[in-house]
Design a protein around this ligand. Structure first.
Ligand SMILES: *Cc1c(COP(=O)(O)O)cnc(C)c1O
Length: 374
């Protein structure tokens, strides 16, 4: 028996090999390798897919976040409200521009920012709210946008795990001033290297972001502000164009796999399955994440049954050494801290078979039966 991985990228490649190989070969022979016709076409196609006027391809999701903040003029002395229960890049981007992350605890049912706690965190220095659509579940954008409008704050959405997720029929990345996406290989839409994207409805902001991604330059060799090199290359854009056509099907397959897990695991004592989508919410299950007690034991017994599982994320950002200067202590974000102790993500990817899901459910049941022999 081979190990069931948490995400299987090779099966998907094998299915698409002919299309992807042809696309990549086309680039090799074209003489255009960075920000050429494939990047331009990909920007048009993905803007249309997401339903946004402007899409700007960059080198990673992390760059997308940091260039969004830079484009909004956020920097030293400014505060940005975000969640501590996310990947490090979220608060890293805030730090890179010289601003200060201000953490607000999550809703333990959804793992996303709890909107009822945001207003208390707003100060005179607050410039933006940075919600994350964690695990592919859309953050509560309606109340977040309302709070931001009242307090005149920018909103930057971290959509790295949630491309295609919707709230009330509208895709994530179309609510805030910027949406920031990642095409890291294991994301729902992944390339074969690094890649990222900014979306915005503002022509001015789009122009600002486009300038910053190429050394702060609008006209070649004329530099009006301090930018970086965050160009996307043609090979990745060509791959993404092929894969974008399959994204909706893949996201539906992820949702179907999640529903199968829900049924299989509903009766397993000691496993808390994900809370169902709320009204108008459409999650895309970048992860299928359960909660268990004594997670380390469960995880090692899954490993013995040759099933990979992962913890996203074991240390909330407010307790990371990199943010020690902010002065947060254990107990300041109780829901995030508890989630960090209990969450366990199970294998999920579009090609996951129901037979393998049954295997996961049985292994989980066995793991918990050992822990709690009834
Ligand atoms: C992956 C990810 C990022 C960073 O994207 P990269 O392309 O790896 O730089 C940012 N935020 C979240 C929530 C992510 O999952």
């Amino acid at each position: 028996m081979t190990t069931l991985p948490i995400v299987d990228l090779t099966t998907q490649y094998e299915i698409l090999a002919a299309e992807i190989d042809a696309a990549v070969k086309g680039v090799f022979g074209s003489g255009h390798y960075i920000m050429g016709p494939n990047v331009a076409a990909f920007e048009r196609e993905i803007a249309q897919y997401i339903g946004t006027p402007f899409a700007i391809a960059v080198n990673s999701g992390t760059d997308a976040l940091h260039l969004a903040l830079r484009s909004l003029g956020i920097g030293p002395g400014d505060e940005v409200i975000t969640t501590p229960f996310t990947f490090a890049a979220t608060s890293e981007a805030i730090g890179i521009v010289g601003a200060t992350p201000v953490f607000v605890d999550i809703d333990p049912e959804t793992y996303n920012l709890d909107p009822s706690k945001i207003e208390a965190a707003i100060t005179r220095k607050t410039r933006a709210i940075l919600p994350v659509h964690l695990y592919g579940r859309p953050a509560p954008m309606v109340p977040i946008m309302e709070i931001a409008r009242k307090a005149q704050l920018f909103v930057v959405e971290d959509c790295a795990q949630a491309i295609g997720a919707r709230v009330g029929g509208r895709q994530v990345g179309t609510f805030g001033d910027f949406g920031c996406f990642s095409f890291f290989p294991s994301k729902n839409l992944g390339c074969y290297g690094d890649g990222g994207l900014l979306t915005t409805a503002s022509e001015d902001l789009a122009e600002q972001a486009r300038m910053l991604r190429v050394h702060g330059s609008k006209i070649k060799y004329s530099h009006s502000s301090l930018g970086i090199n965050s160009r996307l290359d043609e090979v990745q854009a060509a791959i993404l164009r092929v894969k974008l056509r399959h994204l909706d099907g893949w996201n539906l397959a992820r949702r179907a796999a999640a529903s199968r897990y829900d049924v299989l695991l509903a009766e397993v004592p000691g496993v808390k399955i994900p809370t169902p989508d709320g009204d108008g919410q459409h999650s895309v299950f970048h992860q299928y994440t359960v909660r268990v007690d004594d997670r380390a034991t469960v995880q090692s017994s899954l490993a013995k049954a040759q099933i990979q599982s992962m913890v996203y994320y074991p240390i909330p950002l407010h307790l990371q050494q990199v943010h020690a200067d902010l002065g947060y202590t254990l107990g300041s974000m109780p829901h995030s801290e508890r989630a960090a102790q209990e969450v366990l993500s199970l294998p999920i990817f579009p090609e996951l078979s129901s037979a393998d899901q049954v295997r996961v459910a049985i292994a989980l049941q066995d793991a918990l039966a050992i822990l709690d022999p009834a």
